[in-house]
Design a protein around this ligand. Structure first.
Ligand SMILES: CC(C)(COP(=O)(O)OP(=O)(O)OC[C@H]1O[C@@H](n2cnc3c(N)ncnc32)[C@H](O)[C@@H]1OP(=O)(O)O)[C@@H](O)C(=O)NCCC(=O)NCCS
Length: 156
């Protein structure tokens, strides 16, 4: 398969997972390419993914997913090991990801920094607006309901 076909397969896989995982961003924001990290099986099929989004003063880990069939096998640790960007931070309410982040040296924090926060406000407003326009109310209400459960982890 050509690189373009591979990228198309990756994108379809990512979108199908993001569609069902309401803690993640809407599938229209699925991206493959720059700042994406994939873990693949022996046939080259994607089984794990994360995206690093530039937040002006650091990178945010987004769309952190492991294929359902491969969860619970320690692959979250593998993905985190491949991040080479600094500083980097992640908001999550998932206990498995929180455990993996702590093991990878991330520390719980209250604030990602002023510049990163400005970026996050703008981006989150855009995503919320998109969820409203695309009638993705299930995701929107799920995220609003759980907003206080998200914790921030940082690595400098
Ligand atoms: C969250 C997710 C990425 C974790 O990946 P994973 O490869 O299944 O996780 P791992 O097997 O590496 O397990 C990570 C840790 O969680 C622990 N764990 C597993 N199930 C757990 C549970 N139900 N509660 C608490 N900890 C659990 C594991 O023991 C492991 O602990 P360790 O750090 O001591 O090794 C994966 O479950 C997923 O894709 N979930 C859906 C998408 C999602 O919610 N992503 C987070 C977005 S914020």
């Amino acid at each position: 398969m050509s690189d373009e076909e591979d990228a198309h397969v990756d994108l379809l896989w990512l979108k199908s997972i993001m569609k069902n995982e309401l803690d993640l961003r809407p599938p229209f924001l699925a991206r493959v390419g720059k700042n994406c990290i994939f873990i693949r099986n022996e046939k080259g099929k994607p089984i794990g993914h994360l995206l690093l989004s530039n937040r002006w003063a650091g990178y945010e880990i987004n769309s952190f997913v492991i294929d359902e069939e491969h969860r619970g096998k320690g692959l979250s640790h593998e993905l985190l090991k491949r991040i080479e960007h600094y500083p980097v931070f992640c908001y999550t309410r998932d206990l498995r990801l929180q455990s993996a982040l702590k093991k990878a040296g991330y520390i719980e924090a209250k604030f990602p920094g002023l510049i990163a926060t400005l970026n996050l406000i703008l981006t989150r407003l855009g995503i919320t607006l998109w969820m409203i326009l695309s009638l993705d109310f299930k995701r929107l209400f799920h995220q609003i309901k759980n907003v206080t459960n998200y914790k921030l982890y940082k690595r400098s």
